[in-house]
Design a protein around this ligand. Structure first.
Ligand SMILES: [Zn+2]
Length: 284
């Protein structure tokens, strides 16, 4: 893998600021009637959470069926048009959890407590590089946790750094996550989702077909492999994911080494891919 200094990051700073200003303006205009979980509720729920179940390999048949012949074993970075977005070092990502909108009592607080547990684990791993923090004021939140209803086989959905232009960032949990067989692995799901929020892509990012256009735009969706292989990565698809030592090492190295404007060339799905690192501020 080659890493070389590039200029691209310099002039994109203004675009980042403009986008952030737009977002803050929209958020100010939003006047939600949402109810949110208080810090006290969250703390007491954290104390009563049942222990997370140990991992269970490949129970998500909808994934296994489509990817059984592929290797699911690397840490990938980068989502869009020639760029890899990571948060600026030292960022605090504020989040808030809705207490309304769930079909059953107890689901909101359970999801929030699991996300909080996952956030604490990541905070330890990131050791100050990026920190998640629960807030109780909607205006201060970078993202909210919310129930997204029924979405077929999808358990949860997150966002990646910089996806904040026109909408408030949301981590969604869907109906299936509360099905007993997935519910016991909720912590793993939350760890995985927060991995996305930190900028990580799926292990099988190289294997997802997006309906390719011309060869010269291939890197729009191409990811770059960074670090070591581990089929048990928190970003792999299995139930009850845990953060692996290799995940810890790779993400710390990424946040320490991949500075704003750095160009990284790495192995993509169809060959070498080059992307530029952009370090972005959270929209708290
Ligand atoms: Zn995912």
């Amino acid at each position: 893998m080659n890493v070389a200094l590039g200029k691209a990051g310099l002039y994109r700073k203004s675009a980042v600021k403009k986008q952030r200003d737009l977002f803050l303006e929209m958020k100010r205009k939003e006047n939600p009637d949402y109810d949110f979980i208080t810090l006290q509720e969250l703390r007491s729920a954290m104390n009563t959470l049942p222990k997370a179940k140990p991992p269970k390999p490949s129970r998500r048949a909808y994934n296994c069926a489509t990817q059984r012949n592929e290797t699911l074993d690397e840490l990938y970075l980068g989502l869009l048009v020639g760029q890899i977005h990571l948060w600026e070092n030292g960022s605090t990502i504020n989040w808030i959890a809705r207490s309304d909108g769930y079909p059953q009592d107890g689901q909101a607080i359970e999801a929030a407590a699991r996300l909080c547990q996952a956030a604490e684990q990541w905070n330890e791993v990131m050791d100050g590089r990026v920190r998640f923090q629960y807030v109780t004021n909607f205006d201060d939140a970078c993202f909210k946790l919310e129930y997204g209803g029924f979405k077929g086989p999808v358990l949860a959905e997150a966002f990646m750094p910089f996806q904040y232009g026109m909408v408030l960032n949301t981590v969604y949990v869907y109906e299936l996550l509360f099905d007993p067989q997935y519910r016991v692995h909720m912590l793993g799901t939350m760890l995985h989702e927060l991995g996305h929020v930190l900028g990580l892509r799926h292990e099988h990012a190289h294997h997802v077909v997006h309906g390719w256009g011309p060869e010269d735009i291939k890197d729009i969706f191409e990811s770059i492999l960074y670090g070591s292989n581990n089929s048990q990565s928190v970003m792999a698809y299995y139930m009850g994911q845990t953060i692996q030592d290799s995940d810890k090492e790779d993400i710390r190295n990424a946040y320490d080494d991949l500075m704003d404007g750095t160009t990284i060339t790495g192995q993509g799905r169809f060959g070498l891919v080059q992307k530029t690192i952009e370090r972005v501020p959270p929209n708290n």
